[in-house]
Design a protein around this ligand. Sequence first.
Ligand code: PXL
Length: 259
Amino acid sequence: LTPVALTIAGSDPSGGAGLQADLKTFHQHRVYGAAVVSLITVQNSRGVQSVQPLEGKSVGAQLDAVLDDLPVHAVKTGALGDAEIVEAVARRLRECSAPLVIDPVLCSTSGQTLLDERARELLVRELLPVAFLVTPNLDEAALLAGHAVVDPASMEGAAARIADHGVPHVLIKGGHLDGRPIDVLWSEGRIRHIEGERVDTPHGHGTGCVLSAAVTAGLALGVEVEEAVQRAVAFVRRGLRGAPGLGQGRGPLDLFATP
Ligand code: PXL
């Protein structure tokens, strides 16, 4: 049986983030990848120039086409664009029994807001309750929890608050902490710290996309959540270490890394 994972995400034409990174990550895990496009970005390693959401009904129709046909074993969402798209996605994923990983792309690493407040509220109200795992960075965790998230203690508090929205597993990514990166995984009330390693590189475009895609691939393969998260963190670390240095700016990870 071929495992299948589906991403619902934005397009990054430079190939290092968004649905392109998700598909490459699925592929490296020997998981067949399907992709529903939510929005089109114009960007490269130097930065994002524009973001254009598709119509909600187009995203919904793509999703119907895939879910009506393929046996999907795990789903992830990345950048969703606007409230109409969040609504269209939530309506369909409520009926889908595969585990859902939400990468709540609310603000970019550079601090840019990527989902407005109304869409964010819908994501919290409609999508978190049907999710299996949500993977915010520190800024996104602060927005979702409603308080500052700056260290492992506040990460633990935020994870509990976010879990109150009805999602059993919460992974708060500590890549933006000062010093050693520590990710905090809340799993049905159990807290676990995943100690990472700071990789000294100017690259890292798409890091969050690759992490959540790698977890999704693990779930599609039937790996249990804590193990899938740990393997994904290691996959990202290898990706950062082997970053090929493509582009003039902040380049992609090594997406030929093996899981
Ligand atoms: O990592 C956030 C993100 C998500 N989705 C798309 C992106 C980015 C960041 O560049 O381009 C399409």
